[in-house]
Design a binder for this molecule. Structure first.
Ligand SMILES: [Zn+2]
Length: 257
């Protein structure tokens, strides 16, 4: 799919703003079938259809270490009343970091937290969220979150917690300690999970206003703990999913066979 993301995309959107302040229903951490790092069954358009049925206003497709954008998807979302925010789940110093409103060139040169620091100094619309920072599996931030807290605007409230096991607690404490927004997302990999964990952002419906509202913590999170049975089932599903990804990434391609 042709990637037509441009340098100042977040700024361009600002001119299209609806003037009214609303509680915008948003999910800023989503994957779909077009994310080649994963084996996901639903397409971006199928996800947008579901989001429209659930009255979402703002979405961001945040693929694994890949900046996904197409005019076709943007127009499709727009036709359903949904604003797309360009984003990605970028690997920075071996940690997953949600970064929004960057260009392809920014994406390519972004390798360290210092790169991110410099980029934020240059571009006001660059938004950064810490995804599932204290989870055990995957490339989570852990201690790197507080070491680099100045480059983060918000901390994610993950959908994946139950009464007994809740890795969000520490994330919420850190968000509170550093006066950052604590924002719920779905980190959607399975379409049935979409819509159960999301946030509302009190903002005008344009990207720069949304970025400012998140920085100002004008965010409400809507997310409930899942049952222990569901937590257990999803733990197994996540481990299997990661093993599939690992097998996929170590499989020899035609070129290097
Ligand atoms: Zn993710």
């Amino acid at each position: 799919m042709k990637n037509t993301i441009s340098e100042g995309i977040g700024m361009q959107k600002a001119s299209r703003s609806d003037k009214a302040l609303n509680d915008l229903k948003a999910d800023l951490h989503i994957h779909s079938k077009e994310d080649k790092a994963d084996s996901i069954k639903y397409t971006a358009k199928e996800l947008i259809d579901k989001a429209a049925r659930l009255n979402f206003d703002v979405l961001s497709f945040t693929f694994h270490d890949c900046l996904f954008w197409s005019n076709d998807i943007e127009r499709y979302a727009e036709s359903k009343g949904i604003l797309l925010m360009p984003g990605c789940e970028k690997i920075i110093e071996n940690c997953e970091v949600l970064v929004y409103n960057i260009s392809k060139e920014d994406f390519r040169s972004l390798k360290t937290f210092d790169d991110l620091r410099r980029l934020r100094g240059k571009k006001r619309n660059v938004l950064v969220i810490a995804p599932h920072p204290y989870f055990i599996l995957s490339k989570t931030l852990g201690k790197n979150l507080e070491r680099n807290i100045d480059v983060f605007d918000a901390v994610e409230k993950s959908w994946f917690y139950c009464r007994l096991i809740d890795r969000n607690k520490k994330a919420e404490e850190v968000a509170e300690k550093h006066s950052k927004a604590f924002i719920a997302t779905s980190d959607c990999h399975y379409i049935e999970n979409f819509g159960k964990s999301y946030a509302t952002i009190h903002s005008q419906k344009d990207i720069l206003s949304i970025v400012d509202a998140i920085r100002g913590r004008k965010v409400k999170s809507f997310s409930r703990h899942i049952s222990f049975a569901s937590f257990f089932f999803n733990s197994i599903r996540i481990v299997l999913h990661m093993l599939t990804k690992l097998t996929k990434s170590t499989k020899p391609t035609k070129k290097n066979k």
